[in-house]
Design a protein around this ligand. Structure first.
Ligand SMILES: [Zn+2]
Length: 310
């Protein structure tokens, strides 16, 4: 049985598809980051390759291979080599491969991860095979937001939308899986709009991250107008994009924490305006901007907001 917290009805629907052996030939799984899209895609593909009656049985060779992402009949296609989109040549490859017989399962499955990042040309290329799919093929499209997909693609798929759970359900789930105290769990879930995956990430940062300590110091220096110490603190994170990304995420988190702790303090207004400009920096991190320069700008912007509002 599959269980994705807060999505019981959807899981029942999937379970029925599988039990009654009427799995659609194209499924679109839609949902925000951290809502369980990949878990669901994996479960469905395993159920298809498993040849046992109670599929997925979790015991047969097909299930084992699918569990470790090595089943020869399950192909995952996603953006490659630092690109942000799935290219038309990748889609053409899917089209060609779709006509090759499955190796050992009844069907071949193509999981298109980040389907909403395909441009129109790629989507139209995919449409051709979605319209007349070979019988032994199934497609699972994964998207954060289906509005990035052509209507003609959406209409060929059965859409399964994953939602974050109600607060109480998410809270109980995280409580059962971690040792964090109630207050931290509550805060993480509220910050992340009940998104369990994101909240768990944030909580991981709280308990172990050096980055969070650095982000806290950076914020304190900003409040004191100590630009020099800010730049010194951030220097360690401007060497690579992953570190920089983690730092900015944690900074956002510590700012939110600080606002929440004393919402009526003089600082809450400038902190709020800093919080609101951070997404702009997160976007810049996705481009090839010079990281040193990025952090210089962030430092200047933060001290400026605090100075002006004091
Ligand atoms: Zn099995």
């Amino acid at each position: 049985m599959i269980s994705i917290v807060g999505n019981d009805m959807l899981c029942n629907t999937v379970q029925n598809f599988i039990k009654e052996k009427r799995i659609p030939h194209a499924i679109l799984i839609e949902g925000d980051y951290g809502t369980g899209k990949h878990t669901l895609a994996k479960y469905i593909s395993k159920a298809i390759v498993c040849a046992e009656n109670n599929s997925p049985c979790e015991n047969c060779g097909n299930c084992h291979l699918a569990s470790v992402n090595s089943h020869p009949d399950i192909t995952v296609v996603c953006a490659q080599d630092g690109k942000k989109t799935i290219t038309v040549s990748q889609v053409r490859e899917i089209r060609n491969d779709a006509y090759i017989k499955p190796h050992q399962a009844q069907k071949r499955i193509f999981i298109i991860d980040g389907a909403d990042t395909m441009n129109e040309q790629s989507q139209n290329a995919l449409l051709k095979v979605l319209e007349e799919p070979p019988t032994a093929v199934m497609f699972i499209l994964i998207a954060e937001n289906k509005s990035g997909l052509l209507d003609t693609i959406i209409s060929r798929c059965v859409t399964l939308t994953l939602n974050p759970p109600e607060f109480k359900v998410g809270f109980d789930y995280i409580k059962s899986k971690t040792n964090h105290n109630d207050e931290l769990i509550k805060e993480a879930l509220q910050n992340e709009k009940n998104n369990i995956g994101r909240a768990l990430n944030a909580l991981q940062g709280v308990s172990s991250s050096k980055t969070e300590t650095a982000a806290k110091q950076y914020l304190e220096f900003a409040i004191n107008g100590d630009t020099f110490s800010m730049l010194k603190t951030v220097a360690a994170y401007s060497k690579n994009r992953v570190d920089a990304d983690n730092f900015v995420k944690d900074l956002k988190y510590v700012i939110a924490q600080k606002i929440r702790k004393s919402p009526s303090s003089n600082l809450s207004k400038p902190l709020m305006s800093i919080y609101n400009v951070i997404p702009e920096f997160e976007d810049s991190l996705l481009t090839n901007i010079n990281l040193n320069l990025l952090f210089c700008n962030l430092t200047a912007k933060m001290t400026d907001h605090i100075r002006r509002n004091k």
